[in-house]
Write a protein that binds this ligand. Structure first.
Ligand SMILES: C[S@@+](CC[C@H](N)C(=O)[O-])C[C@H]1O[C@@H](n2cnc3c(N)ncnc32)[C@H](O)[C@@H]1O
Length: 271
């Protein structure tokens, strides 16, 4: 049995959890101390193998098809999928600790042994903790489009994300994308095309006609147009250029998510 160790992408750094990084304490006073305490309570260790990669087999005690949801929010999709597919293992990564606590509470209540949630930056997790060809499905429901060019590097679905998703997915793997922003959807289709073969799902998901996730339910209530895409991993990436990072000026930012990601990526607040 390997030892339990922490995945840096999930815990900000490899320090013990009872000693959060100095930056979190020094930079912004009490509010951040409270947040750090909250993260401490809800962040679970990542189980790494000898190569320092997340060890699905150790975590779930078996080898089964693997489903990852990045920016999983309160975990609604994963909970339904884990219930419907006991033969598959599920992991959700979400940067906002209270949402993870909610998903985790529900998973525990339902005694779902095939589901784990982690507080963390999914982009870091994919690049630092996910092994090549180790995952069967990656889902990203309603990722935030960034409207401010100064935070564009924090966006989850960057060109680097698609490249990394292609690497960590097994041959035959799929990437599921969904958004209710038409221009962002257009961008995502273009950005995914190099590594994936995106097919638009006509209408709601048959397994969840009212919405797979919280945000999808909200978007349906508001009668927003929703783009649902299942993108099969290409065997060989196309030789095409990727679009530049997406942003659309003039819309409000997302301060909670931006500050959580900055704390995790240790980006200088003054920049
Ligand atoms: C609009 S919400 C959608 C949540 C959920 N997927 C749904 O459809 O209801 C986007 C979520 O992505 C999370 N998020 C954004 N960037 C992230 C990152 N790099 N790593 C993990 N979570 C991230 C946000 O905290 C937020 O909960």
């Amino acid at each position: 049995m390997g030892a339990w160790v922490r995945c840096a992408a999930l815990t900000q750094c490899a320090k013990p959890l009872n000693k959060p990084p100095a930056m979190v304490y020094n930079a912004a006073g009490r509010e951040n101390r409270v947040r750090a305490q909250r993260d401490k309570k809800t962040t679970m260790p990542g189980h790494l193998n000898a190569a320092n990669l997340f060890d699905w087999t150790q975590v779930f005690g078996r080898t089964a098809p693997r489903v990852l949801d990045v920016g999983c929010g309160d975990g609604r999709f994963l909970i339904a999928s884990a219930l419907a597919n006991p033969g598959r293992d599920h992991v959700g990564i979400e940067v906002l600790a209270p949402l993870v606590a909610k998903g985790r509470g529900e998973a525990e209540r339902l005694q779902l042994a095939n589901l784990r949630f982690f507080v963390g930056d999914a982009v870091q997790w994919l690049s630092e903790c996910a092994g090549d060809a180790s995952i069967d499905e990656i889902h990203a429901y309603h990722p935030q489009p960034y409207y401010d060019p100064s935070v564009v590097e924090l966006g989850m679905l960057s060109a680097a994300f698609f490249e990394r998703a292609w690497r960590v997915l097994r041959p035959g793997g799929i990437l599921v994308l969904q958004t209710d922003s038409r221009p962002y959807g257009k961008h995502l289709l273009a950005a995914a095309r190099k590594h994936f073969d995106p097919v638009i799902q006509p209408g709601p998901w048959p397994d969840a006609p009212h919405g797979r996730t919280h945000r999808e339910e909200v978007a349906q209530r508001k009668k927003l147009e929703i783009l649902r895409v299942v993108a099969a991993r290409r065997e060989t990436p196309l030789d095409v250029a990727l679009p530049p990072p997406y942003f659309a000026a003039g819309r409000p930012g997302l301060p909670t998510v931006v500050s959580a990601l900055r704390r995790r990526r240790k980006v200088d607040r003054s920049s």
